[in-house]
Design a protein around this ligand. Structure first.
Ligand SMILES: C[S@@+](CC[C@H](N)C(=O)[O-])C[C@H]1O[C@@H](n2cnc3c(N)ncnc32)[C@H](O)[C@@H]1O
Length: 460
């Protein structure tokens, strides 16, 4: 069960059952424990075309699967999104069993393995002594993170099997240094046979610049919903690790300016790394609390201020500065897939709305009149999704919900003052009742997107 707190599960199920159709606890848990059936690759349109990348990926998959003696997964274009490739996840036909010595890996590493990655050295926690390079091992997620690093016999704590692999680094090499690096286990029999695209993109890079980027489908839609233009000034309020920021930078053809903020100093480096990996130079990232990202100006003075604010150097910014604002809010992340264990409690789930509202205020203050704001989360929780939009429409009469050009999700839930039209313009993803396995548009992570515009007027 991914959520040990039953109240969290009940909360998700209650709203799904009310708005999207019957979903049992078992269906939801199984859905969350499995990766989406399709892997999505966003094309780095700055350096390549979808045709060239498709060709590169197909050739590399032919080699990858040729070694396994099975046909490679199919790579396709998407019928509505022009800058992605869709790769099918080959379903496992034979049951993979944990019949080899048990190697423990961290939870994040295990989730990456379920989505097609190999195991890299920093993710390994324990290997029984006596296991040598070239031996087959069964890989387990350390569910509670309680296994001691370097543990040398079988671990008997809570664990979950993710597949079998070949050990390519010795126990000694992995645990003798504080920060080990490189490939540790080649996953030859993963539980779900998702293709190992991350490695292909890395090896296919030219001069260190990758031709593609792995991203969930709804996240790609956020970039398109923002609809940034090359001359725009765009603000991404919660940007790390920069998946959506780099997409925006790319859609702007590496022109204009994207300002990326994130509260976490450690994570800012990830935005910079991802920008460099894609050859983007129009992104500037700052470690900053976005709640304080705007200069507070009293209401009476706000009406008289210059409507063409100076080009910003660094936060905090002048009100009405940005053509586009993305608020990909910190949230309870209940929609993440695959999810093996999430210890979140109901109280914590309920705490996010307060933070989201404070960030929303900053987003509206900083948006130019006539500008566009996209609000998104990766949770099913209605209090962090439609209820936030309902609150925002009440607090800022200048805002209205608008329909994005590409709409693939289900409508939002009808709460508070939201009209049917508002709900149709919103997008919800990942409800198991409407997932239809095999459909790349619906079998995704749980996600919510709402696109808003501020009407042209001086007061916010
Ligand atoms: C959902 S993640 C963003 C993912 C990112 N947009 C992407 O696509 O790669 C939310 C981020 O909000 C950041 N965050 C949380 N509180 C914040 C605050 N007050 N100001 C700025 N960032 C914040 C977190 O550090 C986290 O990186």
């Amino acid at each position: 069960m991914p959520f040990p707190d039953n109240e969290v599960l009940d909360k998700i199920l209650r709203s799904m059952n009310d708005y999207e159709g019957p979903v049992s606890q078992e269906t939801l848990c199984n859905h969350l424990k499995t990766p989406p059936y399709h892997t999505i690759i966003r094309v780095n349109t700055l350096v390549t075309s979808k045709e060239i990348l498709k060709d590169d990926i197909e050739k590399a998959l032919a080699v990858q699967y040729g070694l396994k003696g099975v046909p490679p997964p199919i790579v396709q274009f998407h019928s509505k999104i022009d800058d992605i490739l869709v790769v099918e996840c080959n379903q496992i036909t034979e049951k993979v069993e944990p019949v080899y010595p048990h190697v423990m890996v961290g939870l994040a590493c295990a989730v990456a393995v379920l989505r097609g990655a190999n195991v890299y050295a920093p993710g390994v926690t324990a290997i029984p002594s006596g296991v040598r390079i070239g031996d087959r091992v069964s890989v387990f997620a350390d569910i509670l993170g309680q296994c001691k690093r370097g543990w040398n016999s079988e671990y008997h704590g809570q664990k979950s099997f993710v597949g079998n692999g070949l050990l390519v680094q010795s126990r000694k090499d992995l645990f003798r240094v504080a920060v080990p690096s490189g490939l540790a286990i080649n996953m030859i029999e993963p539980l779900f046979d998702c293709p190992s695209i991350g490695d292909i993109l890395h090896e296919d890079a030219i001069g260190g610049i990758q031709k593609g980027f792995l991203q969930n489908l709804p996240s790609v839609l956020c970039g398109h919903a923002i609809n940034p233009q090359p001359h725009h000034l765009v603000l991404d309020l919660c940007a790390a690790p920069g998946g959506k920021t780099t997409h925006i930078g790319c859609l702007m053809q590496n022109k204009g300016k994207v300002i990326a903020l994130d509260k976490s100093v450690a994570k800012i480096q990830r935005i910079q790394e991802n920008s460099t990996k894609l050859g983007l130079t129009n992104i500037t990232a700052f470690a900053f609390d976005s709640i304080k990202a705007y200069i507070e100006i009293p209401e009476n003075q706000l009406r008289g201020i210059d409507m063409v604010p100076p080009i910003p150097e660094s936060p905090p910014f002048h009100p009405y500065t940005f053509d586009r604002v993305l608020l990909d809010a910190p949230c309870s992340a209940l929609g993440q897939r695959p999810q093996l264990y999430n210890p979140i409690r109901l109280k914590e789930v309920q705490s996010f709305a307060r933070l989201q509202k404070k960030l929303f205020v900053a987003a509206v203050q900083l948006l130019k009149p006539g500008g566009r704001l996209v609000y998104s989360t990766c949770t099913y929780n209605v209090s962090e999704n439609e209820e936030i939009i309902d609150w925002a429409l009440g607090k800022f009469p200048i805002l209205r919900v608008v329909s994005p050009d590409i709409k693939l999700g289900n409508p939002g839930y009808r709460v508070g003052r939201l009209t049917e039209e508002d709900c149709i313009a919103m997008q919800r993803f990942g409800c198991p009742a409407s997932c239809g396995s095999g459909n790349e548009n619906s079998d995704s992570i749980g996600f919510f997107i709402c696109c808003l515009e501020s009407m042209v007027s001086k007061s916010v």
